[in-house]
Design a protein around this ligand. Structure first.
Ligand SMILES: C[S@@+](CC[C@H](N)C(=O)[O-])C[C@H]1O[C@@H](n2cnc3c(N)ncnc32)[C@H](O)[C@@H]1O
Length: 530
């Protein structure tokens, strides 16, 4: 299957009927009767109420022990606390689930991706029966590299993922598709054994390829790419394309410390700078880099991850039917059913971390991989960027006036921002309007009683605080969603940070908003309410 394609069975489920074959042979539901060290005990911190619990402190992140954690009682307690106080509840997800603090859980680390979601968050909302049950459909309409998809699949949910970035869709699909590690090792030997001395074809259409790769490296990469292309099984080939993509940044002249490509140079830092020696050594070593060795190392580590995933093989499905959260319509021919939408009221739970206005350049940061993997030629990059919510590139004629957002506070602030910087105001207003379209689609596909968990943060635009979280809450309210709870988690490291000289600022706290479609469920109401 090609990227984004779904099977006929999946297309049926999109119409609201999950094919019986997919559910009939399910592995038995996970045993959620907590073992003593899997029980959650809430601790309140001093001053601010901070919830933590030390669950499975010493467990391996991929161990079955993690799968027996039941977060239901804690979720219920946190939601009820919010319902009583109507103030955000501070939750420390890393302390709540320390077993997940080592990020190498199953295939999560198969490929880097900007602004990845903390695995604890989807795990927390999926390890209970309150928001969804095994066999239900879970959706992430901004799935990126598939953190939610993998956690939902591990929790026996059927999963839809959507993303505008074709590289994200490839990573997410490979990450959630268990492959036989023995076959992968044989395929790796085959690839290495078949690398030609000279490439058969021309170099791919990678934007500014000579700027980013020494000619000798580009030639070695092309030879390796051709050897991977010789693998017949599409899923195995995709797995090795993901490994190849990981290598690209390692052998390119792009600064490994930054998510968007910025070229390293000899003498880039003055002699007394702490990065002077390291950077010069890196630039020199890149001249004679051994591409095949790096590829073998990356692939072996990813096969070891896949081994853990294959051991946990379930029956639920993961599908990536489309690329735009504003239009959840199948984009690929499915038995002639082109254009069918993910069915109204078919999804039980949505967990997502949407893009922020101007915070990450997803397409630009993936541009080397997009070209080398033939996912997008350089002339198409602009169109891909235009499909990305939160983008910064606007044509001059698009920046003549600020569109109304229908949120009085936001419109007032944007008028002020426009006095300083009209373009920034247009970027932010467009962001809110496009998020309104995306939230409208989420509302359409959610079942009555279904839930939406959004992870978002505020940022600064043109020196003014831009309260993205408040505005998303206002939009959700306008489209008919009910706020069930609001939590706050401090971000320690997410590769999300953006610092644009004097106009933007570092994002330091994440808000987790939980909405429901319809009335609040019984379990969320405190005794006082019920
Ligand atoms: C914060 S990232 C999600 C990261 C993801 N949770 C993970 O762990 O990898 C936001 C994602 O939204 C995607 N995106 C931007 N505009 C989109 C659109 N119109 N439709 C779908 N996805 C979009 C970006 O490509 C990016 O991957």
């Amino acid at each position: 299957m090609r990227a984004g394609e779904v099977t006929a069975a999946e297309s049926e489920s999109a119409l609201g009927q999950i094919p019986s074959g997919l559910l009939g042979g399910r592995k038995p539901p996970r045993n959620r009767s907590p073992k003593p060290d899997c029980q959650l005990v809430l601790k309140e911190g001093h001053g601010e109420v901070v919830y933590e619990a030390h669950v499975c402190k010493n467990a391996e992140p991929s161990s079955p022990l993690c799968e027996s954690i039941d977060t239901g009682p804690v979720l219920q307690s946190l939601v009820r606390r919010y319902q009583v106080r109507k103030r955000p509840v501070t939750v420390n997800f890393r302390n709540l689930l320390p077993a997940l603090n080592s990020p190498d859980r199953f295939t999560h680390l198969i490929h880097p991706y900007p602004a990845k979601l903390l695995t604890h968050i989807p795990f927390f909302f999926l390890a209970n029966d309150l928001l969804s049950k095994p066999g239900d459909i879970v959706l992430d309409p901004f799935c990126g590299s598939g953190t939610v998809l993998l956690e939902a699949w591990l929790a026996d949910r059927n999963v839809y993922g959507v993303d505008a970035n074709p590289l994200a869709r490839l990573i997410a699909r490979v990450k959630t598709n268990p492959l036989n590690p023995i076959k992968l090792r044989l395929a790796l030997d085959q690839i290495i054994g078949r690398i030609p001395k000279e490439p058969a074809g021309p170099l791919p259409d990678v934007v500014n390829i000579k700027h980013w790769f020494y000619p000798s490296t580009a030639k070695k990469l092309q030879c390796l790419r051709e050897a991977i292309g010789g693998i017949e099984d599409p899923a195995t080939r995709d797995f090795f394309l993901v490994c190849f993509s990981v290598c690209l940044r390692k052998v390119s002249l792009a600064d490994p410390r930054l998510s968007v490509p910025v070229r390293l140079k000899l003498g880039q830092y003055p002699e007394d700078h702490p990065l002077h020696t390291e950077t010069n050594a890196l630039v020199r070593s890149l001249r004679r880099v051994n591409v095949a060795n790096i590829f073998t190392r990356v692939s072996s580590a990813n096969i070891a991850r896949m081994e853990k995933l294959a051991a946990s093989k379930g029956e639920s499905f993961v599908a990536l039917p489309c690329s735009d959260a504003r239009n959840l319509t199948f984009e690929f021919p499915l038995n002639g059913n082109r254009g069918l939408s993910i069915a109204d009221r078919s999804v039980q739970l949505i967990i997502t971390s949407p893009p922020y206005p101007g915070a990450q350049k997803y397409i630009r940061s993936s541009s080397l991989s997009l070209g080398w993997l033939n996912l997008c030629v350089s002339s198409e990059l602009r169109a891909y960027k235009a499909g990305t919510i939160g983008r910064e590139e606007f044509r001059r004629e698009e920046c003549k006036c600020i569109p109304s957002t229908n949120i009085a506070d936001a419109d007032k602030l944007l008028d002020d921002i426009a006095k300083r910087n009209l373009t920034r105001a247009v970027i932010a207003a467009t962001y809110l309007n496009e998020m309104r379209d995306a939230l409208g689609e989420m509302y359409r596909v959610l079942q009555p009683g279904g839930s939406l968990v959004i992870v978002a943060a505020n940022n600064r635009i043109a020196k003014r605080e831009f309260r993205t979280v408040e505005y998303l809450k206002a939009i959700a309210d306008q489209i008919g969603l009910t706020l069930m709870a609001c939590f706050i988690d401090a971000i320690r490291s997410r590769g999300l940070m953006t610092k644009r000289n004097h106009t933007a600022s570092v994002i330091t706290r994440e808000w987790i908003l939980i909405f429901t479609k319809g009335d609040l469920p019984e379990w969320s109401l405190s005794d006082k309410h019920s």
